[in-house]
Write a protein that binds this ligand. Sequence first.
Ligand SMILES: Nc1ncnc2c1ncn2[C@@H]1O[C@H](COP(=O)(O)OP(=O)(O)OP(=O)(O)O)[C@@H](O)[C@H]1O
Ligand SMILES: Nc1ncnc2c1ncn2[C@@H]1O[C@H](COP(=O)(O)OP(=O)(O)O)[C@@H](O)[C@H]1O
Length: 219
Amino acid sequence: MRSVVLPSGWVYQVFTLGGAHSNPLQVISFQTHSTLSLVICVDCAMGSGPSAAGPTDACAKYRKEAIMAEQKERTFIAIKPDGVQRGIIGEVIKRFETKGFKLVGMKMLHAPQDLLEEHYIDLKERPFFPTLMKYMTSGPVVAMVWEGKGAVKTGRVMLGETNPADSKPGTIRGDFCIDVSKNIIHGSDSVDSANTEIALWFKEGDLCSYSSCAASWLY
Ligand SMILES: Nc1ncnc2c1ncn2[C@@H]1O[C@H](COP(=O)(O)OP(=O)(O)OP(=O)(O)O)[C@@H](O)[C@H]1O
Ligand SMILES: Nc1ncnc2c1ncn2[C@@H]1O[C@H](COP(=O)(O)OP(=O)(O)O)[C@@H](O)[C@H]1O
């Protein structure tokens, strides 16, 4: 049996996949924080059984499913009231679309106070919280869900820093706003918060699953 030493902060888990797989497949997943980094089939990793002839069919199938799941990562993006009033909706959509992300949900709404309080629950004790609530209820917002590989992390890079003054030109906040209290757009900061925010703002039936003909040109 081969052994590996994991760098600090990494964990591994061994589990068996059944269900859709014709053969139950034991895999080891290596992770750092919540990021799935590598999944390998036990047969292939341990050099036993079918691995002598290369990856098992089940392993190859699992890898394909893992790659497809990676391409389905979703992030929650909201154009705030100032972004709507300043006519930046189209520019934001254009940037996410031309990057290659897929729009799977969108709606315009006057966000209710209780929804915003839940959304910004982590900031409840911050001194600017009342200003933030006043700002976010000052007009309609456009709530969107974008899908694609690395959508959360890349989405944050595309947005820039919380404070537009720290945001580089080329980012949305770097190009279109000046002040932290009017920073035009929100984007989820982790996969976990994206999932929470999407569930808060959208019902499952509001989101569209579809294949994009561009997928094979992107991945
Ligand atoms: N000092 C401040 N004064 C006024 N508004 C602020 C201030 N700091 C933050 N905000 C507002 O609160 C929001 C949430 O702040 P946070 O620190 O969570 O930034 P963020 O994660 O970049 O923002 P968001 O969650 O809206 O994407 C900011 O986007 C901004 O609109
Ligand atoms: N110091 C601040 N003063 C005013 N508003 C702030 C400040 N910090 C954050 N905010 C507002 O709160 C929002 C949420 O903050 P946060 O979640 O920390 O950042 P981000 O929006 O980049 O995810 C920010 O986008 C911004 O609108």
